[in-house]
Design a protein around this ligand. Sequence first.
Ligand code: SF4
Length: 402
Amino acid sequence: MVSKTKKPSIPITEIEQSAFCQTDEDLASKTLQEEFEIGVQWQKLPISYMRTSPEQLSNNIQKAKKTLGQKLVILGHHYQRNEVIQFADFRGDSFKLSQFAAEQKEAEFIVFCGVHFMAETADILSTPQQKVILPNMTAGCSMSDMAQKDDVLDCWEDINDVISSKSSLIPMTYMNSAAAIKSLCGENNGIVCTSSNADAAFDWAFERGDKILFLPDQHLGRNTAYKKGIKLNEMIVWNPFKPLGGHTEEVLEKAKIILWQGHCSVHTRFTVDQIRQARETHKDINVIVHPECTFDVVNEADLCGSTEFIKKAIVDSPAGTKWAVGTEISMVNRLAEENPDKTIFCLDSVVCPCSTMYRIHPAYLSWVLDGLLEGVVVNQIQVDQKTREFSRIALERMLSVV
Ligand code: SF4
């Protein structure tokens, strides 16, 4: 047995989250210098970018994009700020953006306005000649940070030491994880999944084994497994800070699903009380949530699905419908702006953007594009060869089970 008691640590991204929570819904970008005053720990960049107004940055980005033309493609996740997403050539959730990244064979530079694990995925799926750039290197993901490579390796070895040879354990990681975790899955007959194809990925895994180690989001894992008919008492949570994840050998032997103790700090803010409140206030409301929300919230909601599923359900719904949405606020606000014939609001009245997505301020985008104009590639994301090789295997399995 290799795992031992360790001191839990809270990712800095989770601590920073509360700094952006507010009640007045004003998420308009300020100068980067003003945003730094909250005390965030973001990547430093030349002072001139810190002081440039968002309007001026917008002009600069537009000009740089025009000059770079076909050499450049900008990918933007739905959770990005308006001042950034307006420049995206393709918008999507992490699954859709990984498909776009794999299809972009012409562009020399792929600028990824999202978070670190997404840019790593784009690097793995792009050609060796293409360069993937993340505008702010500190744009990570608190959920991804909760599954560190050494802890996952300890867990993997411990479980395999304990379970009988008849059981075969399939590692499955959610897209929201570091390349090192995807690589571990690829190397050990496992797969990557997204919130769009988690159902199909579970079928894929159970055709090959009889237990799943699901990383790093316990909620997506539990919600998906339950939907597939697996009982709650057949699932356990692996606590990386305790020996054997906090379980006995017998419990590990019996469990069908072993869920890593990780969560999304944005989606676990939604509660059953908020849903009940929305139903009391609005007659005929549709409650739609993301599967990173807790089990109770997902069960209480009318609909649950990936970011793209939520977008499609609302966009395709008839005029006059009402939607209370349990996902990231930048996306909810944008859906409300783009669908003025419907009532759309966030379940949580306190406005909390994903603090790591929020780290892509337009000043960073302007900075990396100016670098490209001068022939300098800043913030290139490069996954090492071995990690790349095995991650690609796990990602290709993901892309094949839609
Ligand atoms: S919304 Fe949650 S899972 Fe997505 S990038 Fe932000 S912290 Fe990570």
